[in-house]
Design a protein around this ligand. Structure first.
Ligand SMILES: [Zn+2]
Length: 391
């Protein structure tokens, strides 16, 4: 190699290393900060009465995509929407951590295919294991390992719930000890199964206890609300859900096409949830649930997690969130509505996890009793988990 070629080679390799070790992580954290924002920054103030009630609640949330991003869960971050210190500040004690594995370019709520993917670049930019560049299953397993690592390093402040017994232990510990928080793992879109039924057990063994058939595109299980086929439940989908029910995993209908929701509701024998959604009765669009589907979920004994972002509730405010909660509660009863923020799911929210008391305050304002507020803010979610989780 001549001296000149050697120099060019060194410059190219040097530039690639700078891009990989500095440029790409910086790009990823910029994206995180830009895409996961509170429209009103912390701190948040509520009345003394609302705060006192809020501090006595079990607050549970059915959906957050925190694990997609390379933020330290144990430290208070000045961007993004949820981490352990902000959960503690907001008395958010039970959080579902849901796995995003593949997001088409130019996503919209109307029509997408699975032909393109924005997450591949994000996995590279955030230095995830190289296996997760090509495997959606590996992306799920890696995100599960991240949450387990955080739990281990939390000095007992954060636990991952996988069984009825662990949930009961958490509830009794909460009754005695202020700051214990818990999480459970879910999956947003069954593409992570890579078409193989054996991967249901792999996901169960990795700690996952909830899964939705689809995210933004159709899967081997059925049609997405934002896909191309708008199809119902396939035979493969039936096999997957049958096994999930046997193992004690929650079926999540978020992002499913109307035909797929119909089929799941007819098929399911355990409570079904929508982990994050709006309702068409107050915010009418393709992302949100019809009255019939709300009734169908309630009939299984399940819960509807009301989202915090504008497509779900048509505004950025606690008032809009509670309006959707109220509509749902009036339609099917207060036992079937809960919270499904979608924190860190590339959304804007009116507040971050430290502001959960704003919902309690707004529930009081809109006339809910203390008993109903306890249910909506967390007890309904705990009830469904305690019915479905394995022993
Ligand atoms: Zn989602």
């Amino acid at each position: 190699m001549s001296g000149k070629i050697k120099l060019v080679f060194i410059i190219i390799v040097g530039a690639l290393l700078v891009i990989y070790y500095i440029g790409l992580p910086l790009y990823a954290s910029r994206m995180d900060a830009k895409m996961n924002r509170a429209t009103v920054p912390a701190p948040y103030q509520v009345s003394v009465a609302a705060q006192t009630l809020h501090d006595s609640l079990i607050v549970a949330d059915l959906h957050a995509d925190f694990l997609l991003w390379n933020r330290n869960f144990l430290k208070k971050n000045d961007y993004g929407l949820v981490d352990l210190p902000r959960m503690q500040e907001g008395n958010l004690s039970l959080q579902a951590f849901t796995i995003v594995s593949k997001v088409p370019k130019g996503i919209n709520i109307h029509k997408n295919t699975g032909d393109t993917d924005q997450i591949t670049l994000l996995t590279l930019a955030q230095h995830w294991p190289f296996k997760s560049l090509s495997s959606l299953k590996e992306r799920a397993l890696f995100q599960s390992r991240k949450l387990h690592d955080f739990a281990e390093k939390s000095n007992g402040k954060f636990v991952i719930i996988k069984t009825k017994g662990e949930l009961a232990n958490f509830m009794s510990a909460r009754a005695k000890r202020e700051k214990l928080s818990a999480g459970f793992l879910g999956i947003e879109g069954a593409q992570i199964l890579e078409g193989n039924i054996a991967n249901v057990k792999v996901m169960y063994d990795a700690g996952f206890r909830m899964m939705a058939a689809t995210h933004f595109f159709d899967t081997k299980l059925g049609g997405s609300a934002h896909g191309v086929s708008l199809g119902g439940l396939t035979n493969f989908g039936r096999q997957v859900f049958q096994e999930m029910q046997q193992r004690g995993m929650l079926i999540d209908i978020a992002h499913a096409s109307p035909a797929l929701i119909d089929d799941i509701l007819a098929f399911a024998t355990t409570p079904v949830v929508s982990s994050h959604t709006g309702v068409r009765g107050v915010c009418d669009n393709q992302r949100n649930l019809s009255d019939d589907h709300i009734k169908g979920i309630a009939a299984t004994g399940g819960v509807i997690g009301i989202g915090f972002w504008d497509v779900a509730v048509c505004d950025f405010s606690a008032e809009a969130i509670v309006k959707a909660i109220k509509y749902t509660a009036e339609l099917v009863g207060v036992d079937h509505v809960c919270l499904g923020s979608d924190f860190d799911g590339a959304i804007e929210s009116p507040f971050d996890a430290s502001g959960m008391a704003l919902i309690t305050e707004e529930l009081i304002k809109q006339g809910f009793s203390e008993k109903d507020i306890r249910k909506i803010m967390g007890e309904n979610t705990v009830r469904v988990l305690s019915q479905v989780l394995p022993d």
